[in-house]
Design a protein around this ligand. Structure first.
Ligand code: MN
Length: 271
């Protein structure tokens, strides 16, 4: 236990991470190679080269979580904690999550330790805005990319949406991501034969509504068939990010007709 504490204190320089590859750490040899060569070797080759590198057994994100919890619990809030907070961020722990993690630790390890850790974490996650953080968290729930801001169709949406092309051969498929509260205007997929659209919920919670009918909830795996000529809209729930795959169904003389926005009054009635 004591050895692990000491090793953690001297892991100050960057270590490079490739997926499923051995982590290269040089902090031990850089700082203690001459003074304590065995310690340096254990730090670089065993702790990082072997233990941290066993990512097939436990991922880097989880290892970061365990490490920062251990350090904070012991009241180690020096440069080594800063290093491990930076690693935790690189390994995917978001601003919202680190705030929750340290709050949780505070109850088990001590309030002043949480305060000390927060003072360092604030600096490490300083440039992350809450919105970007929520988007990053949502991306981790989803196997398809969020893609780029959906600027081409932004005029037909209320709120921010994102578009990622998934397939551009055989069947045209896009992943559409909506921030909470975002929805597209009422619209009609037109065609003289065939056509229409199919949606499959991918992550989060959203809505599909045909004119004159109650809205239908879309959850991951929900399949929605939209015939050509039917006036409808789709989008996120007010309190959830949401993504669906949109399949463009082949049809003759296919086109989209964009209509009026879904008002706050109409949208606000959904639960
Ligand atoms: Mn549609």
């Amino acid at each position: 236990m004591d050895r692990i504490i000491l090793i953690s204190v001297f892991t100050l320089f960057t270590f490079h991470v490739m997926a499923q590859e051995k982590i290269v750490q040089t902090a031990g040899r850089d700082q203690l190679g001459e003074f304590a060569p065995k310690f340096a070797e254990l730090n670089d080759d065993v702790l990082f080269g072997e233990v941290w590198s066993r990512t097939d057994k436990l991922g880097l994100r989880d290892r970061s979580l365990v490490t920062i919890t251990s350090l904070i619990s012991q009241g180690i809030t020096d440069n080594s904690l800063v290093f491990h907070l930076q690693s935790a961020k690189k390994n995917g722990i978001t601003r919202t999550e680190i705030a929750e993690i340290i709050t949780h630790i505070g109850f088990y390890a001590g309030w002043p330790k949480a305060w000390a850790a927060f003072n360092l974490a604030k600096g490490v996650w300083a440039e992350d805005t809450a919105g970007e953080d929520a988007k990053a968290t949502f991306q981790r729930e989803m196997i398809f990319p969020i893609g780029e801001p959906n600027t081409a169709y932004a005029q037909y949406f209320i709120g921010k949406s994102y578009l990622a092309p998934i397939s551009r051969e055989q069947v045209n498929i896009s992943n559409v991501t909506f921030e909470p509260g975002c929805r597209n205007n009422w619209h009609i997929h037109k065609a003289t034969h065939g056509g229409g659209q199919m949606l499959i919920g991918v992550a989060g919670r959203g809505w599909y509504q045909e004119e004159g009918k109650p809205a239908v909830e879309i959850l991951p795996g929900t399949v929605i068939h939209i015939p050509a000529g039917v006036k409808h809209w789709h989008g996120a729930a007010a309190d959830s990010w949401f993504a669906h795959l949109a399949f463009e169904i082949a049809g003759e003389n296919a086109s989209n007709e964009w209509l009026e926005p879904v008002t706050d009054e109409q949208y606000g009635m959904l639960e």
